[in-house]
Design a protein around this ligand. Structure first.
Ligand code: WTA
Length: 646
């Protein structure tokens, strides 16, 4: 029997869910016909200090202006904590599961309040003020959530840097936003291995003289250097201050956070999200997409270093008074059953992970899943990259035991929250499709010239109008914001993704159409990897493209031209891979390196990436027109010497 290609909404889901099919259709119509009215109503899910009277002020043309709820004031941490206290003081806010299965901890809303207030007071005592940028470089420990919320409490703007980034990457991000306060830990712990976070910060801070103070959480107790007058222990500092801290009154459009993300060109961009609209959107989407009800245990396996961790481990769930699980470890430690053991141990109802993790676990076979009960699971989610139907079906059958709907959620760092996704009580599922737009979201598929294509079609994905969770600017470079997202197709937000729409109006994301690659759900700019490679003294030129990878989705394929006289040895290949790890971080390590005596260029000197992509994909039979190349012979050499990936 062949696998089904469609899965209807289970009856019990249609009954119990917040939104059924008919309600989806009606609310979607209203939300696009009268966005002001729809979002005015949705804003009420938050507690406002001064209620908004203005809802939306958006102009996608010219300089680009996006404002939501812009005369209202509120505080994000008060919305995520204080307002729940009358009812939920003793409810678990965060379940923390350590790297070691013996390590776990539950933090109630009352405890969360105290911890966040203490850290907020520590920051104040060190002179951190509203609008200051605070860099957070932490492992997946509860202090990461405290750090975000403590910044929000005093109006400081957090910039979280993923713990897998190198000292140079940390330094670049600190410098770009001129952050002068850092929160880190002695070491992280993942899969039994230590990550030298504080040592990395020490290295980074050599290039960041503006940083005044660094607060260090003791996680492993490892031996770290503490620079007197600059470095302070978290546990000592938080013990000294009051356990109450009044939340700062923030305008809805005051910045909440910066998160750096890779684009097609140049350095990573500081994506800026603001206070009111972001939280409305994160809360709404968390509630509806995951159909969150009181008492549910919800687990998103992302790292807080990425946007998924921001919106769907911390802000969305806590705004909704949820119990959110935070996991320090990795899916295959101590063994490939870990995810499922954690689900059983904490009775997880809603489980949200990435296709790359599913594919890696699929490779281990069914036994590690089958030995767990998984009875508590009700809903599964996927995010970060397209999920291939094979992985989708395995997830549904083996993990979901045929009865858990899967929400394949498409969104981006820039969008703040999920834009295209099934709603489990409303949407018939098709494996591999992110299905339909959420409320207020108007996807458009356009051709290369920007012509809007109707009906079943394929092209580039744009969004017609704004939603409250949309990014507002690139930190410190508003022109780059307008140019990157609104100039390719005038007056529309361009996502950088390719997309197909089928005859039922379902959306199928086909992957990036720009020079961004998606490695295990992590975004990587090919330009960043190239500039790391050419910084090596033996490298003359480099071009980096993605290629299909069974587990990671895409792997990194680097073509490297050495300087005259340099020998292309295996030792040098390894050295270059290490070099990139050191420059950017392990997630940027090239999987395959091909020595290229020359790169295919047009007569004007532009590298023809299209050709390099085809060769990396092993599709060199179909290179298209190569007559514009300055030297067509280069291509033959590249094909003959392509790297065997078996
Ligand atoms: C890709 C992660 C297909 C897409 C939340 C997007 C997806 C980029 C999906 C953003 C999905 C994310 N199906 N592709 N469900 N979710 N993507 O900024 O290419 O790290 O543009 O945000 O990931 O990655 P980012």
């Amino acid at each position: 029997m062949s696998d089904p290609t469609e899965f209807p909404v289970p009856e019990d889901w249609a009954k119990r869910a917040w939104v059924n099919a008919q309600q989806y259709d009606e609310a979607y119509k209203l939300s696009t016909a009268d966005p002001e009215a729809f979002w005015a109503e949705q804003g009420k899910r938050l507690d406002w200090i001064k209620p908004y009277t203005k809802v939306k002020d958006v102009d996608y043309t010219g300089e680009v202006r996006i404002r939501w709820y812009y005369d209202g004031t509120l505080n994000v941490s008060a919305n995520c904590i204080d307002r729940h206290l009358p009812k939920r003081a003793n409810q678990t806010a965060i379940i923390w599961e350590g790297d070691d299965p013996k390590d776990d901890k539950k933090i109630t809303y009352a405890e969360l309040h105290e911890q966040v207030c203490r850290l907020a007071n520590v920051m104040k005592a060190h002179g951190v003020k509203k609008g200051d940028r605070v860099t957070v470089y932490l492992p997946m420990i509860p202090e990461a959530a405290y750090a975000l919320l403590a910044c929000a409490r005093i109006g400081a703007i957090h910039s979280v840097v993923f713990g897998g980034f190198s000292p140079d990457s940390v330094a670049g991000r600190i410098q770009d936003c001129e952050s002068n306060f850092v929160i880190t830990a002695d070491e992280g712990l993942r899969g039994g291995k230590k990550v030298p976070l504080k040592a990395n910060v020490d290295e980074a801070l050599k290039q960041c003289p503006t940083v005044k103070a660094c607060i260090v959480v003791k996680r492993t107790g490892g031996n770290v250097a503490m620079q007197s007058g600059r470095d302070f222990w978290y546990h000592e500092e938080t013990a000294k201050v009051s356990k109450d801290c009044k939340p700062e009154e923030m305008n809805a459009e005051d910045p909440l956070f910066i998160l750096y993300t890779s684009g097609s060109t140049g350095k990573p961009k500081g994506v800026l999200h603001t206070t009111g609209g972001y939280l409305v959107y994160a809360a709404l989407t968390h509630q509806l997409v995951f159909d969150y009800h009181d008492g549910d245990i919800y687990w998103c396996t992302a790292d807080v270093g990425w946007v998924t961790g921001h919106s769907y481990i911390v802000y969305g769930p806590l705004a909704n008074g949820a119990t959110t699980l935070m996991f320090e470890g990795v899916p295959n430690y101590p063994d490939a059953s870990r995810f499922w053991q954690v689900c059983d141990k904490h009775q997880v109802n809603i489980f949200y992970t990435a296709p790359t993790a599913i594919r890696a676990l699929m490779r281990e076979g069914e036994a590690p899943v089958q030995k767990c009960s998984l009875k508590s699971l009700r809903l599964l989610g996927s995010v970060g990259e397209p999920i291939n139907p094979e992985a989708w079906l395995w997830y549904h059958r083996v993990v979901g035991r045929h009865h858990c709907p899967i929400v394949d959620t498409w969104w981006q760092t820039e969008t703040g929250g999920i834009l295209i996704s099934p709603l489990p009580g409303a949407t018939r599922l098709k494996p591999g499709s992110a299905t339909k737009p959420l409320f207020g979201i108007q996807p458009l598929i356009v051709d290369a010239e920007g012509k809007v294509l109707e009906g079943a079609t394929e092209g580039n994905l744009c969004i017609a109008d704004s939603w409250p969770g949309q990014m507002r600017t690139v930190y410190g470079d508003h022109k780059r914001f307008a140019d990157t997202y609104f100039s390719t197709y005038k007056g529309r937000y361009f996502t950088g993704d390719g997309c197909r729409r089928d005859e039922d109006g379902y959306y199928w994301i086909t992957g990036r159409v720009d020079d961004v690659i998606n490695v295990s759900g992590h975004r990587m700019g090919t330009a960043e990897v190239e500039s790391a490679l050419v910084a090596h003294p033996k490298v003359a030129e480099a071009a980096v493209v993605g290629y299909p990878h069974d587990i990671k989705g895409q792997g990194i394929y680097a073509y490297v031209t050495l300087k005259a006289g340099e020998e292309p040895t295996e030792a040098l290949r390894k050295e270059l891979v290490q070099w990139v790890r050191k420059e950017i971080g392990p997630i940027a390590s090239p999987d395959l390196v091909q020595w290229a005596p020359g790169l295919p260029k047009t007569r004007s000197g532009k590298i023809m990436r299209r050709i390099l992509r085809k060769i990396a994909e092993n599709e060199f039979g179909n290179l298209g027109d190569i007559s514009t190349l300055a030297d067509p012979n280069v291509v033959k050499d590249l094909i003959d010497n392509r790297v065997n990936r078996d």
